[in-house]
Design a protein around this ligand. Structure first.
Ligand SMILES: [Zn+2]
Length: 277
C-alpha cells in the first residue's frame, strides 16, 4: 500500500501509525520484531545524522530487507530533512516518504522550501511531511509560552499553498526527554484537525509523553506518532548494564538483550494505535 493511501485510512479510522527512528541494525531489529508481533504497519525513520552514520544506501537496503524478510508492511522516511539536496538524495536512494523541515524559517520561506520539496518528490510519487510551528529540537530551550505553537488558520493556509501530504504540528511537545510534564494543547489540535480534515497530522517529540496523553492526541487528530529518544535511551541503558556484567567480547551476546528492550518498548507504542478509546 502507498503511504498516502494508508494515511487516508488512518484519518477515517481516527488512528495513528508509529514512526520509529532507527539507528543501526539492532534498533531496526527491535522495531521490526515489535511490529511483527503486534501485526502493525510501521514507518522507519532516519535522520540526517543516522544516514551519515550508516550510509544512505546501506540504510535503505537494511530497512527494506528487514521489512521484506519479516513480512511487516512499512515505509522508509527521512526525518527532519534540512535541505533539498538531502531530500533529493533520499528520493534517489528509494525512500518512500520525506520530511522537509522549514519550521525555523519565516512562514513564506517555509512555504517556499516545502513547495520545492513537494515539486521534486511528486516526480517520485513520494509524500512530503512539513512542519509548521516550532517543536524544540534537542538542546534547544523549551518555551512555555504558546507563540511557537501551530495556529490553525496558518496551518490551513500552509497546506493550501504547499499541497503538502502531512503536517507536523506544534502543540506543546519537544524533542528529547522532558524535565517537566508537557501540557499538550488538545483544544488547538482539535481545531487544526477540524480546519484540515484531510491532512494527516504528525506529533514529533513523543518520547516521555504519557501514554494516556498520546491516546488523547490520537483521538484528537494525530495520525503519526514519532518516537526516537526513548528507543535510543533504552538501547544504550541496556547495553551499559550488559557490558558491566562481564567481559564478554561476543557482541552477538551483548546486543540481543538491548534489541529485546527496544522491542518491548516498541510493543507498548504500537498498542497505543490499536483502536484507542
Ligand atoms: Zn522530530
Amino acid at each position: 500500500m502507498q503511504l498516502k493511501e494508508y494515511y487516508k485510512q488512518l484519518i477515517s479510522d481516527k488512528t495513528a501509525v508509529i514512526a520509529a527512528n532507527v539507528y543501526n541494525y539492532e534498533t531496526l531489529r527491535g522495531i521490526i520484531s515489535a511490529a511483527e508481533q503486534t501485526q502493525s504497519k510501521v514507518i522507519l525513520q532516519l535522520s540526517k545524522s543516522s544516514l551519515e552514520y550508516l550510509g544512505i544506501n546501506t540504510a535503505v537496503g537494511m530497512c527494506s530487507s528487514a521489512l521484506k524478510e519479516s513480512g511487516v508492511e512499512g515505509w522508509i522516511h527521512l526525518d527532519h530533512g534540512d535541505s533539498i539536496e538531502l531530500v533529493q538524495s533520499c528520493l534517489d536512494a528509494g525512500f518512500n516518504s520525506v520530511m522537509i523541515d522549514g519550521s525555523e524559517l519565516e512562514f513564506q520561506e517555509n512555504v517556499r522550501l516545502t513547495k520545492k520539496a513537494k515539486e521534486i518528490a511528486t516526480k517520485y510519487n513520494v509524500p512530503v511531511e512539513a512542519e509548521l510551528g516550532f517543536v524544540a529540537k534537542l538542546g534547544q530551550s523549551i518555551s512555555n509560552n504558546q507563540s511557537g505553537f501551530t495556529k490553525p488558520e496558518e496551518a490551513k493556509l500552509f497546506v493550501e499553498l504547499t499541497n503538502v501530504d502531512s503536517l507536523a504540528v506544534s502543540i506543546g511537545s519537544a524533542h528529547g526527554f522532558y524535565k517537566e510534564k508537557p501540557n499538550l494543547d488538545f483544544v488547538r489540535l482539535a481545531e487544526i484537525r477540524a480546519i484540515l480534515p484531510n491532512t494527516p497530522l504528525v506529533l514529533h517529540g513523543s518520547s516521555g509523553i504519557e501514554h494516556s496523553d498520546l491516546k488523547k492526541a490520537i483521538s484528537n487528530g494525530i495520525n503519526k506518532i514519532n518516537v526516537a529518544t526513548e528507543f535510543k535511551n533504552i538501547f544504550m541503558n541496556t547495553i551499559r548494564i550488559e557490558v558491566s556484567k562481564n567481559d564478554e567480547i561476543d557482541l552477538r551476546k551483548i546486543f540481543p538483550p538491548a534489541i529485546k528492550a527496544v522491542k518491548e518498548l516498541a510493543i507498548t507504542k504500537f498498542e497505543l494505535t490499536k483502536k484507542a478509546e
